[in-house]
Design a protein around this ligand. Structure first.
Ligand SMILES: Nc1ncnc2c1ncn2[C@@H]1O[C@H](COP(=O)(O)OP(=O)(O)OP(=O)(O)O)[C@@H](O)[C@H]1O
Ligand SMILES: [Mg+2]
Length: 359
């Protein structure tokens, strides 16, 4: 048993095989991509957290991952604390869990929580030796703080407090601006002509970001729209009379709306309510307004651009690819994953290069 009072053993994890990881810590969900012997493993977890103060037996929910207990390690402030993450944080505390979108600083503050939550859903290992590439908005501003939050050795239980801990070594290889991974993904899958300038819109949960990349991929300029991301679309659906009537006057449950959109059934949970018609109206309104704001922002570069692309999970919203095509934009297939997959490739490249340099 590992307890919070046990000192960290000076054991090094260097002999453990290095695993290159791409981390895209989004307002709505974490996208976590690791290399493995059989190829690539992708984990997507809602960006939700709930610290546990009560006895776990008070929770009558089934646990499959999405839990961690930090017994010891570099993050002294976390020692002895336990958390539900992802969908479990939502089901344990539907209205009082912490959402990454609650505060812009949370992308840094909860970065390690998100990574540990993702690891908790993977097959158990006693040791992890992770080499990570991450992206964050304003990477220069947040880089140092982000590295401080996640780098080091962490001793963590993924089942309960009393289980022996896994040892997780994390080294940050690169902190990049959001979109750098998605650009790398598009380039390696020949979805863009990288000899040309690229304009990209990232349709995220919380934000819509426009970015301009020079030929070769250097970020020239970026901006965040004042209008919010896909969450605004879901909020609008939640506030329609059809949903509100069912909820007795309150706005609807965003999580149920998200699921109904993502699985293209447009069912509002198991209530029997279908919101497909509402979606069609609201998504058109939502997109028109944002697309014109984004196009206006990139007007100075429009004439000299060879690639017009849209990524982020919003690019996968039902019906959006067709609508974007009418405006000459290409929705990137797998748009929700593009950034994390690209980051994983960047991390892998850095690991491979280091290995070659060291013979
Ligand atoms: N396969 C899919 N089909 C339909 N919608 C999807 C799909 N995957 C993700 N989405 C939706 O796309 C939206 C944006 O998701 P994304 O993962 O890009 O946001 P995020 O990165 O968490 O947020 P942000 O970029 O603002 O930090 C979400 O509302 C999500 O529900
Ligand atoms: Mg995002």
């Amino acid at each position: 048993m590992t307890t919070s009072t046990q000192p960290i053993r000076a054991e090094k994890l260097r002999s453990e095989p290095e695993i290159a990881v791409g981390v895209d810590n989004g307002h709505g969900s974490l996208k976590f991509v690791i290399s493995s012997n059989s190829g690539q493993t992708k984990v997507r977890c809602p960006s939700k957290f709930k610290e546990i103060f009560e006895d776990l037996s008070d929770y009558s929910i089934v646990r499959e991952g999405n839990y961690f207990y930090y017994s010891n390690g570099t993050r002294k402030d976390l020692i002895g604390r336990e958390f539900f993450t992802g969908s479990l944080a939502y089901s344990a505390a539907p209205s009082t869990h912490i959402r990454l979108s609650d505060n812009p600083e949370y992308k840094v503050e909860y970065a390690l929580h998100a990574i540990l939550g993702a690891l908790s859903t993977l097959p158990h290992r006693n040791k992890w030796n992770l080499k990570v590439a991450l992206s964050i908005h304003q990477s220069q501003l947040y880089k140092k703080a982000l590295i401080e939050q996640i780098e080091g050795e962490h001793y963590v239980g993924f089942t309960d407090k009393f289980e022996s801990s896994s040892k997780i070594a994390i080294k940050v290889l690169s902190v990049l601006p959001e979109g750098a991974g998605a650009y790398a993904y598009c380039r390696s899958n020949l979805l863009i002509d990288s000899t040309q300038q690229t304009i990209a819109f990232d349709l995220g949960t919380g934000t819509i970001i426009w970015q301009v990349f020079a030929p070769g991929g250097k970020l020239i300029d970026r901006g965040v729209l004042t209008a919010g991301g896909c969450i605004d679309l879901m909020d609008a659906i939640a506030a329609t009379p059809l949903i509100q009537r069912y909820e007795g006057g309150r706005t609807g449950d965003i999580e149920m709306i998200r699921q109904g959109i993502e699985n293209s059934t447009f069912n509002y949970g198991t209530t029997g309510i279908n919101f497909q018609d509402i979606y069609a109206t609201e998504v058109t309104r939502w997109l028109q307004n944002r697309l014109s704001m984004a196009v206006k922002a990139v007007t100075p570069w429009m004439r000299s651009t060879g690639n017009l692309v849209v990524w982020g999970g919003g690019a996968q919203l039902p019906g959006l690819a067709e609508a974007l095509k009418r405006h000459r934009f290409t929705a990137i297939p797998n748009g929700a994953w593009a950034n994390a997959i690209g980051l994983q490739r960047i991390a892998q490249g850095l690991c491979d290069r280091k290995r070659m340099n060291h013979g």
